[in-house]
Design a protein around this ligand. Structure first.
Ligand SMILES: [Zn+2]
Ligand SMILES: [Zn+2]
Length: 261
């Protein structure tokens, strides 16, 4: 399902097109420092060095521990009853990675979601995570929705923005309204694992009449304990999906840096 584009997306597309046209006459440059760089990379090697990648062989659910031999999951995750089949992120929410995500989620006043450099860096990280997702490509990409009140306040849903580019790049159908957030839950910042779980419990519902395909990529910008993704996955699985893989640009630690807003 491809809903009508909004104004912000139109200008993003316009920016993309102008960038493409510019590249015909000007060499591609790093999104952070502006030096010439490889046209396939969004950052030059020096700026990319500020991002800390998650080990490609980390457990495919908690992303922390090494998996058991012959399995993509660590011993703890193998026995967990997570509704997520897997959860993959590309970078740690630290140093350079945290700065890019903050800039993407809270663009300078007046940009209203249009910070193209940070959107392309965070979007590229999401694509890296997708390339490492286990199993075949899914049949649908769904973003974790914001509550309508938060969407009005922020003006855009960061997860939907990167999920849409991911779906385009991998040529997978995208459904930004498959899920809705029924409760405006307080921020998860500062809560422990158990509090996070109860804070978002039952916060998502699938769209009435939704008949999801079997395999879904569920996108959020940052994952910490997977509580939010798990709740959203429950709603998709209740509607009939059998495999829900969480994909995120970054993974934050419970006691690590958090969003300052
Ligand atoms: Zn650079
Ligand atoms: Zn694990």
């Amino acid at each position: 399902m491809w809903p009508k584009r909004n104004g912000a997306e139109f200008f993003c597309k316009l920016a993309e097109l102008s960038r493409g046209a510019l590249e015909l006459v000007l060499p591609p440059t790093c999104g952070a420092c502006g030096t010439r760089t490889d046209p396939t990379a969004v950052l030059c090697p020096a700026c990319d060095g500020w991002l800390e990648r998650i080990a490609p062989r980390a457990c495919q659910l908690c992303q922390e521990t090494a998996p058991q031999t012959g399995s993509g999951l660590c011993a703890g995750c193998e026995t967990s009853d997570s509704p997520l089949t897997a959860c993959v992120a590309a970078i740690r929410f630290e140093a350079g990675g945290a700065e890019w995500i903050h800039r993407f989620k809270y663009p300078r006043k007046g940009l209203r979601g249009l910070d193209p450099a940070s959107a392309s860096v965070v979007g590229a990280m999401l694509c890296e995570a997708a390339a490492r997702a286990p199993g075949p490509q899914p049949d649908l990409v769904v973003p974790v929705p914001l509550h309508p009140r938060r969407l009005r306040l922020r003006g855009f849903n960061p997860s939907a923005q990167i999920a849409r580019s991911l779906a385009r790049k991998f040529e997978i159908p995208f459904d930004p309204v498959a899920l809705r957030r029924t409760r405006d839950t307080p921020s998860q910042t500062g809560l422990d694992r158990r509090e996070r779980r109860s804070n978002v419990r039952g916060a998502f519902r699938s769209r009435r009449g939704l008949q999801p395909p079997e395999r879904i990529w569920l996108v959020d910008d940052v994952v910490t304990t997977t509580s939010t993704l798990a709740e959203a996955a429950i709603a998709l699985r209740t509607a009939g999906a059998s495999t829900v893989i969480g994909l995120c640009a970054a993974r934050a630690l419970l006691d690590g840096p958090s969003m300052s807003r």
